[in-house]
Every structure is written in C-alpha cells, then in structure tokens.
Design a protein around this ligand. Structure first.
Ligand SMILES: NC(=O)c1ccc[n+]([C@@H]2O[C@H](COP(=O)([O-])OP(=O)(O)OC[C@H]3O[C@@H](n4cnc5c(N)ncnc54)[C@H](OP(=O)(O)O)[C@@H]3O)[C@@H](O)[C@H]2O)c1
Length: 340
C-alpha cells in the first residue's frame, strides 16, 4: 500500500568544514502523484558517496550544487509501485538518481532496470553501479595496467577501491591496497586477494612502507584520497607510471589541500589523468555484463555497509568522510523485494 506521506532529507545549510547532522533536515511530505509517462518509485537503497560533500558546497564543479532546502542528491535502487509508462510495471526494480527520499516520481526512460537474478539489487548502487564502473574504467582506460606491473589503490576497502585491486589481479598485476586499520587491511588481503595492504594509520614512514610493499616500484596509482597518503605513493612511482586521479577524499572537508609532489612527475614522464565515471557512459553495457559474469563466477567479491532508515543517512554520510564505513555505504529505506 502506498502511504499518504513519506520522508526526505534536504540540505539545511552549507557546512564550512566537516558536516554536522544539523546541516541536514528530515521532512515529512505528501507522496507525489506520477503524471503521464511517469512512474512512482519506492526507494529501497540510497547510495551514500563522497561526491555528495562537493554538492553541499556552492562552488564551481563538474556538477551543480544542491540548493538550500532541496532534496540531497543521490543514486538509488527502488521498486516501481505505480506506472504510467508502457515500458515499466509495478514490481520492476530500477536504478536512478532519485535522491535522499523514500518515494519519488521519475520519468520512465531515465531509469535502468535491474536484473535481480545476477546479484542482490543493492549492487546496482555499488559493484554493479557507479562505483564499480568507476573502478573498471579508471583502471582499464586511464591506468592502462599491463600484466606484471604493480598497481596501488588508496581507500582500498571502499566501494571503488575494493573493485580496483581485484580487477588489477584479473589483469595479471601485483595489487597493493592502502586502507585505514588492521580489519580493513585483513579484508583487502585475505578476502579480496590483494597481494599486500598497507595500514596508513599504523605506519610511521608511509613512503618506506609503500617501497617495501612494491619492490619493483609503482606503475599505476589509482588515487582515491589525495593528501599525504598519495605523497607516499608518488615518491615510489616508476618511469612512465600512470595515475588515475579518481578522488581526493582526504581533502573534501578542508579548504587548503597544501603542497604536493606532482613536480617529480616531470623527470619520470608520469601520466596523470583525472576522470569522471560518466565520461565512459557509452561503454557501460559491456562493462556491466563482464562484471556481472565475474561476480557470478566468484572471481569478483564485494562488501557492502548498509544502515537502516532515512533518518540515519546524515550521520552515516558524516561517518563516510571519517572512514567509518567498511565497504559500499548505503541506506536501506524499506523492505527489499529482491530479498523476499
Ligand atoms: N571520478 C569519479 O567519477 C568518481 C566516482 C566515484 C568515486 N570517486 C571518488 O573515489 C573515492 C572513493 O569513493 P568510494 O565511493 O569508493 O568511497 P569509500 O572508499 O567507500 O569510502 C570512503 C573511504 O575513504 C577513506 N578516507 C576517508 N577519509 C580519508 C582520509 N582523510 N585519508 C585517507 N582516506 C580517507 C576511508 O577509508 P579508510 O578507512 O581506508 O581511510 C573511507 O572509508 C572518493 O574520493 C570519491 O570521491 C570518484
């Protein structure tokens, strides 16, 4: 039964540094009615991602900021509960960017139908969604790994990082992760099968730790964090190394990123390339099919970190920027029809 009202989370104000729960507001509003060729979707899983910190800032970026009082932006997996579009019926599972809310009206053609027989439907927000595609294209198209090379990835236990290292192994490379804490490192090494994982919170000399874990130097660096972790990797780059500049989460709450070691790239002829996952939109189809096969065959593993209830979203998002999540962070807003 469709309720009369539902909850949503809006941006209440722009945080100058680390966000607080009071920067968000939970509102109860009427459930909207879909118009012609539109659908009403009940959101089951809301994806929480680091890029959302950028949307809270009123600054020029590759995407527009969320306005004050507007629903926070976010990827979603949901169930169609009412359809006025011939291509969709009630019960279909769909992936879209419907934001931090329990119900939303969506225009039919923008939605991707999710095949619940491949993997749990939450993976459409994770390994078989935006973060998985980020890993796939960032590594293969930007990093250009060759068998026998060494690939280092930071935030290695996270949504993107956990996939990058496993794909590097599939490509025949040595995969070295960097993550915060012994538990995350044990998961990266023992469960995901990386060759090594460095706990950046425990190491006194991170540059030496990277050198020890990468005896032949670093050929590809998949950079998720920036800051001092990346400096330690940059100091160990080989000639003609490639850097996939994916994100710099260590800097998202600060205004001053400080000096970096990019000057050393010159002598070593390093290629560094920034990318946004949607640069590769046109190639998603084959990539998703390939990743789905690797999941079905057990070659690609994934870990999700799921909290329950839309009111928990602000706190969980703040934790993501502190490294408190362990795997792809999502919020479960209601019953999962794929798990029935
Ligand atoms: N370019 C693109 O199109 C694209 C697309 C998706 C994601 N990204 C970027 O990819 C990166 C990873 O995103 P994700 O979704 O996979 O998130 P995630 O890794 O699941 O979660 C974020 C992780 O970052 C680490 N972290 C947080 N603060 C840190 C700090 N100060 N220093 C070092 N590490 C820190 C934490 O892990 P530890 O406990 O291990 O520190 C935390 O768990 C982010 O920078 C994100 O912006 C880019």
């Amino acid at each position: 039964m469709i309720p009369k009202t539902h909850r949503r989370v809006v941006l209440a104000r722009r945080p100058p540094a680390e966000p607080a729960e009071s920067d968000f507001r939970v509102e109860e509003v009427p459930v909207p009615e879909p118009g012609p060729r539109q659908l009403l979707v009940r959101v089951v899983y809301l994806s929480l991602d680091p890029y959302m910190r950028g949307r809270m800032r009123d600054a020029a970026s590759y995407a527009a900021p969320v306005g004050i009082g507007e629903v926070m932006t976010g990827g979603t997996v949901g169930e169609v509960v009412k359809s006025n579009h011939p291509d969709y019926k009630a019960g279909d599972i769909v992936e879209d960017r419907l934001g931090w809310q329990e119900y939303a009206v969506a225009p039919g053609p923008a939605l991707r139908k999710v095949d619940a027989s491949i993997a749990p439907i939450s993976t459409a927000n994770g390994v078989l969604g935006m973060p998985g595609m980020t890993a796939y294209f960032g590594l293969f198209e930007v990093g250009q790994p060759k068998a026998g090379e060494t690939v280092v990835v930071s935030a290695a236990s996270g949504a993107v990082g956990q996939v990058v290292g496993q794909l590097a192994k599939i490509a025949g490379c040595r995969a070295v992760g960097i993550a915060g804490g012994a538990k995350k490192c044990a998961f990266v090494k023992d469960t995901l099968g990386f060759d090594a994982c460095i706990d950046y919170k425990a190491e006194k000399d991170l540059t030496a730790a990277v050198k020890a874990a990468c005896p032949s130097g670093v050929d590809v660096y998949f950079d998720n964090v920036g800051g001092t972790v990346s400096d330690a990797v940059l100091a160990n780059l080989n000639f003609y190394a490639r850097i996939a500049l994916c994100g710099s989460i260590s800097q998202y709450n600060t205004a001053d990123p400080g000096p970096r070691l990019m000057g050393t790239f010159v002598g070593k002829r390093v290629t560094a390339r920034g990318f946004i996952v949607w640069d590769f939109n046109a190639k998603y189809g084959p990539a998703l099919r390939q990743m789905g096969e690797w999941i079905r065959s057990g070659r690609l593993k994934f870990r999700e970190d799921i909290v329950e209830g839309i009111d928990k979203a602000p706190r969980a998002f703040i934790g993501l920027l502190r490294g408190e999540n362990f795997g792809k962070l999502q919020v479960k807003l209601g019953p999962d029809p794929g798990a029935r």
